[in-house]
Design a protein. Structure first.
Length: 308
């Protein structure tokens, strides 16, 4: 089987079909990819990065679509590295990365989608959410006490936060993303699926390596204790919000290079589905271009060697 066909097969395995009930235990954190070496993967990733740069140029010129790429994961899964490597060939003027942390007091004065809505990419550009509106059905689900600070009318105590509450939020998120998709935003959502064993390894690396000490926080270790709760929250969120117009990809993240390759491939193939092209120049515009060329050529002739 050709590497390209195998990669497409991997993507199909990673993509969550709408309506599928997700059990993350059945998703691999490290694909068996003996038929693809790390060196071959690096070459493919470089090729993919070049193609993404070409497509970004068309996206900007076409100016009818925007692209929103969402990254969610447990701590140390490699979100920052994936963004850095996969997007390295793109024009930074057309890409905006937004990292969402705990909401500020000002943000809490609005509904939970507000701060995400104002960070959306305009037409022709790419927006990347490093964590996203999904934190509102992940972190808040593991720590429902946080919701009490949102002063929601229907939440007077933690007893009011039941399954119907989360189902309502899933519906709100689906409506939010459907509205975006209907208005020209291509949405791709990636969950970097890291094993608990690999997370432990990466935490220890951050502790042992002075240059990586800044990446480790005691809060990371605290959240690790809620591993099963987070897994359940992710399973419910992905199951309820993976749609044709906003698909989730569960990406094996134990091998960083392979995760980056899968992400780049997914973005590339989704880009290809768009009917985008450079604007067609009209006859009148072509005539203006020729006139401009003549003026520039005459300018060069007047200066002799073309210098001023």
């Amino acid at each position: 089987m050709k590497v390209k066909d195998k990669l497409l097969e991997y993507l199909d395995e990673c993509r969550v079909k709408p309506g599928k009930e997700v059990n993350l235990k059945k998703y691999k954190t490290d694909f068996e990819h003996e038929d693809l070496s790390k060196e071959e993967g690096a070459e493919l990733l470089e090729f993919g990065i070049q193609k993404l740069a070409e497509m970004q140029d068309k996206l900007y010129a076409h100016n009818k679509y925007s692209v929103l790429i969402i990254f969610q994961a447990m701590d140390a899964a490699g979100k920052d590295g994936a963004i850095k490597h996969v997007m390295s060939g793109l024009n930074p003027q057309g890409v905006q990365v937004t990292s969402f942390k705990a909401p500020t007091s000002h943000e809490l004065e609005h509904d939970y989608l507000w701060r995400h809505y104002i960070a959306l990419p305009p037409r022709g550009e790419i927006g990347i959410f490093n964590r996203s509106h999904y934190e509102n059905v992940l972190v808040t689900r593991v720590h429902p006490e946080y919701l009490l600070g949102e002063r929601l009318p229907e939440v007077k105590s933690e007893k009011d936060i039941d399954q119907s509450f989360w189902d309502k939020r899933f519906e709100q998120i689906n409506c939010f993303e459907k509205t975006l998709a209907d208005n020209g935003t291509v949405i791709l959502k990636f969950f970097l699926h890291l094993s608990k064993k690999e997370q432990k390894k990466r935490f220890l690396e951050r502790i042992d390596n002075p240059e990586k000490n800044w990446k480790f926080s005691s809060a990371d270790l605290k959240e690790r204790a809620y591993w099963k709760d987070y897994r359940k929250a992710y399973e419910d969120a992905i199951s309820n919000t993976s749609k044709d117009y906003a698909p989730w990809f569960v990406v094996p993240a134990d091998d960083k290079w392979f995760a980056r390759l899968v992400i780049a491939a997914a973005i590339y193939y989704e880009f290809q589905k768009l009917d985008i092209s450079y604007p067609i120049v009209s006859a009148a515009q072509k005539d203006d271009l020729m006139k401009a060329k003549d003026m520039l050529m005459k300018e060069g002739e007047e200066n002799g060697d073309g210098s001023s």
